[in-house]
Write a protein that binds this ligand. Structure first.
Ligand code: NAD
Ligand code: DAU
Length: 359
């Protein structure tokens, strides 16, 4: 029994691997291209664990993915690999089409051909779990009901459009070819090892460096924040008990405006490490131009996964954010190596140029 993870060196994937190796005995193969978002150091603590194997590969390299599947014979493929940052998708959408659309399509093809070669009983137990986002549902007004699994897709950014496309392909591979798929659509994650381009780690890093804390537009956009380990638990519950072909929304029951998140982070930093001049980090908050096409509000109706599979978040925003702030304060080297680019040195030394086909 082995599970194959794609994109396991990124934020959620690495938290998932660490969580799952700590709570089960099953071997894990991590297939990751190691783009800027993939950091081999995220998994340094398990690199010598005999249950853990790393392979560098682009999910769109169908020939190599076919070989990897034949070699490791997983009972499940969990697809975390993606370009994940909305602002980058606005500046350079092509990489998002390459990985999120073409990559997912080719991974589905490779997996389908591997799955067809399995014995009947192994085919029945096999799962392809696709990790997706609430952003595929578009944007909500203040009083709209939260996104349910029935909400029509209305993606607004190149990122969410590419994820929506990948979700549709996953659905089609189940409906047309019978591939046993599962899809999760999750809200904003936060926690350790998140690349400091995303709001929470960006604010923590810039606050400690004495830099302005950029709040887009009026800061009244709303996101539903979920601690990353709760997302990892949800994925394992869906993998174990989810009904094939179904979609499960995952959320934190925790809607916050961006401005209140930034102010809360400033308060937590004030308590943990007061600024040298004794003033609050909130003094660094700066309103900047808005993100083009910025979605106003996301909210998740997570009643299906709770009712049918018994999952609920374990962390509150207070406990999760406290753990997150502590992790960033206790791991300044990780932050320094990521922000300076030093984390790429090992990857470049070990692997040289990116494999053919990579962006
Ligand atoms: P991330 O950007 O931190 O990590 C992505 C990982 O995928 C990196 O390790 C990268 O090297 C790898 N990768 C990129 N292109 C690849 C390719 N072509 N082949 C193989 N590997 C490749 O992303 P994340 O925040 O950990 O998100 C993981 C997944 O969860 C994504 O699918 C994302 O859409 C989804 N998601 C994220 C959030 C969130 O708040 N971060 C919320 C809901 C869903
Ligand atoms: O909802 C799930 C999605 O959450 C995931 O699918 C994405 O992969 C993930 O990146 C995240 O997308 P967001 O765009 O919501 O996350 P981000 O951290 O980039 O921004 C959160 C909010 O904060 C958003 O409304 C934009 C705003 N923001 C962001 C940054 C980086 C700022 O105001 N200032 C900033 O500097």
């Amino acid at each position: 029994m082995t599970i194959l993870i794609t994109g396991g060196s990124g934020f959620i994937g690495s938290n998932y691997i660490l969580h799952t190796l700590a709570t089960s005995d099953e071997p894990i193969v991590n297939v990751d291209l190691l783009t800027y978002a993939g950091n081999i150091e995220n998994l340094a603590s398990v690199q010598d664990d005999p249950r853990y194997t790393f392979v560098r590969c682009d999910i769109s390299d169908a020939a190599k993915m076919g070989q990897i599947l034949d070699e490791f014979r997983p009972r499940a493929v969990l697809n975390f690999a993606a370009e994940s940052h909305v602002d980058r998708s606005i500046l350079g959408p092509e990489a998002f089409v390459h990985t999120n659309v073409v990559g997912t399509f080719r991974l589905l093809q490779s997996t389908l051909s591997y799955w067809r070669g399995l014995l009947a009983e192994d085919q029945t137990g096999f799962r392809f779990l696709h990790i997706s986002t609430d952003e595929v549902y578009g944007t909500l007004e203040h009083n709209d009901p939260a996104f349910s699994e029935q909400t029509p897709y209305a993606p607004n950014s190149p990122y969410s459009a590419s994820k929506a496309s990948s979700d549709h392909l996953v659905r089609a591979y189940h409906h047309t070819y019978g591939l046993p798929t599962l899809t999760t659509n999750c809200s904003n994650n936060y926690g350790p090892r998140q690349f400091p381009e995303k709001l929470i780690p960006l604010v923590l890093h810039r606050a400690l460096c004495g830099e302005p804390l950029p709040v887009y537009g009026d800061g009244q956009q709303i996101r539903d924040w979920l601690y990353v380990e709760d997302h990892c638990r949800a994925i394992n519950v869906v993998l174990a008990k989810g009904i094939v072909g179904q979609v499960y929304n995952v959320g934190g029951l925790n809607e916050q405006t961006n401005l209140s998140v930034v102010k809360l982070l400033c308060c937590l930093l004030d308590e943990a490490r007061l600024r040298a001049d004794g003033k609050s980090y909130a003094e660094q908050i700066t309103f900047v131009g808005d993100r083009p096409g910025h979605d106003r509000r996301y909210a998740i109706d997570a009643r299906k996964i709770e009712r049918e599979l018994g999952w609920r978040p374990q962390e509150t925003f207070e406990t999760g954010l406290a753990k997150t702030v502590r992790w960033y304060l206790e791991n300044p080297k990780w932050v320094e190596r990521v922000t300076s680019g030093a984390y790429r040195e090992w990857t470049d030394r070990q692997y040289g140029e990116q494999p053919t086909g990579a962006i």
